[in-house]
Design a protein around this ligand. Sequence first.
Ligand code: ATP
Ligand code: MG
Length: 441
Amino acid sequence: MNVRGKLFGAMAVLVLFVTVGYYGATQGYLKNRFEDYFKEKTSKRFEMYYQKHNNSWEGIEEMTLSDELEQQNPKREIALLSPDGNILFFRGTGDPQALIQKGKQNSVTVNGTTVGTIYVDRWESAEDHLLKMYILDSMRTSSFRVPVLCGIVALLLGLWLIKKLTQPLNRLILAIQKIAVGELHIHIPVTTRDEFGKVTEALNHMSQQLLRAEEARKNLTADVAHELRTPLSIIQCHMEIIQDRGRDIPPETLLPLQDEVIRLSKLVDDLHLLTLAEAGKLKLDRSPTELAPLLDRIIDMLKPEAEERHIDIIRSYPAQELNAFVDPNKITQVFYNLLINAIRYTSSGGRISIGITESSQNESRFASVSIADTGVGIAAEQLPFLFNRLYRVEESRSRHTGGMGLGLAIAKEFVEAHQGFISVQSEVGSGTQFTVYLPRA
Ligand code: ATP
Ligand code: MG
């Protein structure tokens, strides 16, 4: 059964319950009220008789008690007992004692004193009974008709409302079915501000995210294929030359091949690391790590390259040691990637400044490391894409200076895995500064 059917069923059951409940309640209530009224009426009659006869029951046995109808066809039995248990009045065909034992009773009270007790088989007289039946009958019809009519109107209104309510749901189902078969270019108009509107917005957002992820996947595949093609064709070319010559292979012929194999291995390793980090599966072995010696080790590693290009590396470390709560291996990779970029994209005779400071952002304390170079700089329009995987600024696409475009993506993912963040400032022709913020130990 669909939602529409279920909602309609629920409404129909509700209407049925209300109708039956209302009918039962009004009938029961009215019957009780009548019972009270007739009891009061019969008792009052005896009270009035007592008061009229100077507070005595004199001649009570002659009292005409009820309406004409009852007098002609007396059906109910009534007995009056004095406080000391004598039968003062009895009207009926049966045994007064049986009535006293089984009948309904009520005291007759005058000025706060009980002057007798009435026993009846029922409180209503024949005329009262007719009146009661007449009123109950007409109430029965109206208390049945009105809720049934209201119920029908409510059901019709409900049907219209259910249709209106489930219309957006149908649109959503259609859209989800489209997404399921890969049609991600969908946008469902948001027509309401209610939960359906919110679900629609979430679905639109989700389809956009999926579309972006799908495009990123396609781009990644294309980029990786592109990156693999060049070294592979170089290797293939060299192999063919070697085969054509049919002689022993001199070591210098193998060198470019080895270069390309190293390049390929690095690409595969970097992609593996990046995929792990992006999937949140990077294993971190965090400990309080002093940043200055860690940076010194990386600088020592890269010194030969910097010296070869006549690039000065200037350090400004704080007097006191500054610790960050990080995985030293992963953070070494981050600074290595940033520093190798700084060396690679700074022309000969340039300068790289490395600084460590303390900083706090949104009540969190960070150790920040800045790496500033006097290199080529990056245009403002390139900055938003700088940390995307396989993104390279056009000029650096040369295979000599440029890499794969994974270094910054890895650095960003690693830093974020440590709940830190990374920022960049750059000016074309003046230089670039990357700042890495790491949580304090
Ligand atoms: P990989 O690091 O994978 O070997 P890559 O260095 O090209 O390759 P990233 O480190 O991600 O890739 O850098 C992306 C691009 O950002 C670089 O290609 C380069 O154009 C630019 N870039 C990065 N650092 C600097 C810098 N310090 N100065 C100028 N441009 C830079
Ligand atoms: Mg790099």
